[in-house]
Design a protein around this ligand. Structure first.
Ligand code: NAP
Length: 532
C-alpha cells in the first residue's frame, strides 16, 4: 500500500488517549504483533523519551519537520515529553535534508474533549459528534440565565420552595421496588431504568495499537487523559428521568466524578462543580455547569452536594479544611459522600455535618470508568432516608441500581469494601494466572479465551485479561485505589477478627505494583507485580 511516510521519518505520532508524541518510523520488530485492522495503513513507531514502540495508524501520524510546534504542550506536560522533544530535535539537526508534505490534521486533546462535551461554542473544532446532545441542555441554558439573574437580584427569583421540591421528588420513589428477600429491615432496592448488560461495554485496549513496553509514551498522568474508546461511550438513554429542581453541587472531577457529572447534566440537573485542579471544571462549565470557587461556596449555593474524591485524606481536606464543606453547611443543607473511605472517617464526617444542622448520606458506588460514563453505576447508600429519596433523580441519572442499606452510617462503606475485596482478589488471581501461563509455555491469549467462554466469564475477567494481553493499563479503576480498598477491608477484618488470608496476599501484590510505579495505572497492572 502506498504511504506518505518512510522508515526513519521523524514524526508526531498519536496513541489513543495520549497527546501526540515525538517519534520515528522504524522497521517493525517481529516480536510485536501487527495490528488486526489491516484496512488502515499503520507504521511502526519508536517513541523518543519513553523508548517504547507501537503500531500507529497513518492517520494519527504527522511529519515532525512540517509541524514542529503544533503539538508542543504548554501545560500539563507529561513526564518524559521534554526529553522526547530534545531527542527528536537532536536527531533533526543531524538529518542531511528535511522532507516536507501535508498530512491530515490530528485531533487535539481539546477536540477530543469536544466529543465528550458536545455543545461547545462555535469556533470549537467540528467533528462527527455521534453521541446524543445533552438532554435538557436547552433548559439548562435557560436555567443558567435565570440563575444568573437570581444571583444578581435574589428577590426577583426566589429559590424553589421546599414543599414543591419535596412533592416532586417524593413522587419518584413510588418507582422503588422492595426486594422480597431483604432481611435488614430498612434495606430498599431501587431498580433504576434501562439496565444494559455490562458485557457490552467497550474494552479499554485499542484493537489497532500494540505497544511493546508496559507504559504509555511518557507515562502521562492517567486521570487527565481522554481515551478514544471512552469517546465512543454513549450513556444509556433514560428518557423517563424528571430532574429534581434542587440545586446539585459536585465536588471532585476524577474518573468517577467526570462520568457522574456528565450524566447529571445530560438528564437536565442544575449542577455546580468544584475540583481541586480547577482546569478540570472547564469543559463541564461549557456544558452548562456552574463553577464554585471552593467547597464551602458550592455547599452554600446548592441544596444537595455530592463528593467523590480519592481517599480519606482527600475527604478530610475537603470537609474540614479551609473553605471546606463544613463551612458551607447550615440547617437543612444536604451532603452526600460518595468516596470510598474507612467507616470511622465517614462517621466523623456525618457527625460534623449533622452537628451544624446538615443532612448526611453516605453513598459509595460500585462500577468503574465506563459504567460511570454510561450512567450504569450501582449506588450503595446509608444514612438519612429522606435524603436518599431526594437524591432519586440523581441516582437514576448516574446508576442502574441503588440500594438503601439503612440509617446506620458505615453500612454502605462496609458493603463497598467487601465488594472491592472480591474485585481485588479476583484481579490479583487473574494476574498470577496469566504470569504463570507464560512461564509454563502457554499462550496467554489462549488462557484469556478459555476464561472468556467458561464459567469464569464476566466483565472483570474479560476486560482485565485483555488489558494484560495488550499491556495497556489506562486507568479505569486506579490501582492505588484498589490497594487502599484492600487495606481498608483488612482493617475491617481486624475489627471483627475475620481471617482474610486471600485478601492479605492480594494486598501484598498490589503494594508491590505500587512500588513498581503502577499506582496511577489501572488495577490490571497488578500483572506487572505478578510477572516481575
Ligand atoms: P481519581 O480519578 O484518582 O480522582 C481523584 C479525585 O480526588 C480528583 O478529583 C482529585 O482532584 C481529588 N483529590 C485528591 N486529593 C484531594 C485533596 N486532598 N483535596 C481535594 N481533592 C482531592 O479517582 P476516582 O477513580 O474518580 O475515584 C474517586 C473515589 O471513588 C475513590 O474513593 C475511589 O476509591 C472511588 N471509586 C473509584 C472507582 C473507579 O473505578 N475509578 C469505582 C468506584 C469507586 P485533582 O483532580 O485535583 O487531582
Amino acid at each position: 500500500m502506498a504511504t506518505g511516510f518512510e522508515i526513519h521519518d521523524l514524526v508526531w505520532a498519536k496513541m489513543k488517549g495520549f497527546p501526540a508524541w515525538p517519534g520515528k518510523i522504524i522497521e517493525p520488530k517481529p516480536e510485536v504483533k501487527r495490528p488486526a485492522n489491516n484496512k488502515k495503513v499503520h507504521h511502526f513507531i519508536f517513541f523518543f523519551g519513553s523508548e517504547n514502540y507501537a503500531w500507529i495508524p497513518e492517520e494519527n501520524i504527522y511529519l515532525y519537520s512540517d509541524h514542529r510546534d503544533k503539538f508542543k504542550l504548554e501545560k500539563r506536560i507529561p513526564k518524559g515529553f521534554k526529553e522526547a522533544l530534545e531527542a527528536i530535535e537532536d536527531e533533526l539537526k543531524e538529518k542531511p535534508f528535511i522532507k516536507t508534505f501535508k498530512t491530515k490534521e490530528l485531533p487535539s486533546i481539546d477536540e477530543e474533549l469536544a466529543q465528550i462535551f458536545p455543545g461547545k461554542p462555535s469556533g470549537s473544532p467540528q467533528k462527527d459528534y455521534t453521541r446524543e446532545p445533552l438532554k435538557g441542555k436547552k433548559s439548562m441554558e435557560t436555567q443558567n440565565t435565570v440563575r444568573r439573574k437570581r444571583m444578581s437580584n435574589s428577590d426577583d427569583n426566589p429559590k424553589p420552595k421546599k414543599a414543591k421540591v419535596i412533592a416532586k421528588v417524593t413522587g419518584s420513589p413510588s418507582k422503588l421496588t422492595l426486594s422480597p428477600d431483604h432481611k435488614l429491615k430498612p434495606k430498599i432496592r431501587a431498580e433504576l431504568p434501562s439496565p444494559r448488560p455490562e458485557h457490552n461495554l467497550p474494552m479499554s485496549p485499542p484493537s489497532h495499537s500494540y505497544i511493546q513496553a508496559s507504559l504509555s509514551p511518557g507515562n502521562a498522568s492517567a486521570s487527565t487523559q481522554i481515551e478514544e474508546t471512552l469517546l465512543k461511550v454513549k450513556p444509556v438513554a433514560k428518557p423517563s428521568i424528571i430532574p429534581t429542581p434542587m440545586r446539585i453541587g459536585f465536588l471532585g472531577l476524577g474518573i468517577m466524578g467526570q462520568g457522574m457529572v456528565m450524566n447529571l447534566l445530560r438528564s437536565g440537573h442544575e449542577v455546580t462543580v468544584w475540583n481541586r485542579t480547577a482546569l478540570k471544571c472547564r469543559d463541564f462549565v461549557k456544558s452548562g455547569a456552574f463553577k464554585g470557587n471552593n467547597p464551602a461556596e458550592v455547599v452554600q449555593s446548592c441544596d444537595i452536594t455530592f463528593s467523590c474524591v480519592a481517599d480519606t485524606t482527600a475527604v478530610k481536606d475537603l470537609v474540614f479544611g479551609n473553605y471546606g464543606v463544613l463551612q458551607g453547611i447550615s440547617k437543612g443543607k444536604c451532603y452526600v459522600e460518595m468516596s470510598t473511605i474507612d467507616e470511622e472517617t465517614m462517621q466523623d464526617v456525618a457527625e460534623a455535618i449533622t452537628a451544624r444542622g446538615g443532612v448526611f448520606l453516605e453513598s459509595p458506588v460500585v462500577g468503574s470508568r465506563v459504567p460511570a460514563l454510561e450512567g450504569q453505576l450501582i449506588i450503595l447508600a446509608a444514612g438519612e432516608r429522606k435524603l436518599y429519596d431526594e437524591c432519586y433523580s440523581c441516582f437514576e441519572a448516574i446508576g442502574k441500581k441503588s440500594l438503601y442499606l439503612g440509617a446506620d452510617i458505615g453500612a454502605a462503606t462496609r458493603m463497598k469494601l467487601i465488594v472491592n475485596m472480591v474485585m481485588g482478589t479476583v484481579v490479583a488471581g487473574l494476574a498470577e494466572a496469566m504470569a504463570m501461563a507464560e512461564k509454563v509455555g502457554l499462550d496467554q491469549e489462549d488462557v484469556a479465551e478459555v476464561l472468556s467462554v467458561g464459567a469464569l466469564s464476566c466483565p472483570t475477567v474479560i476486560h482485565k485479561s485483555q488489558a494484560i494481553l495488550s499491556q495497556r493499563y489506562d486507568p479505569h479503576f486506579p490501582l492505588q485505589h484498589q490497594q487502599k480498598d484492600l487495606r481498608l477491608a483488612l482493617l475491617l477484618g481486624d475489627k471483627v477478627e475475620q481471617p482474610l488470608y486471600v485478601a492479605s496476599a492480594a494486598n501484598e501484590l498490589y503494594k508491590k505494583a505500587r512500588r513498581l510505579g503502577y499506582g496511577e495505572s489501572d488495577i490490571s497492572a497488578v500483572y506487572r507485580a505478578a510477572s516481575n
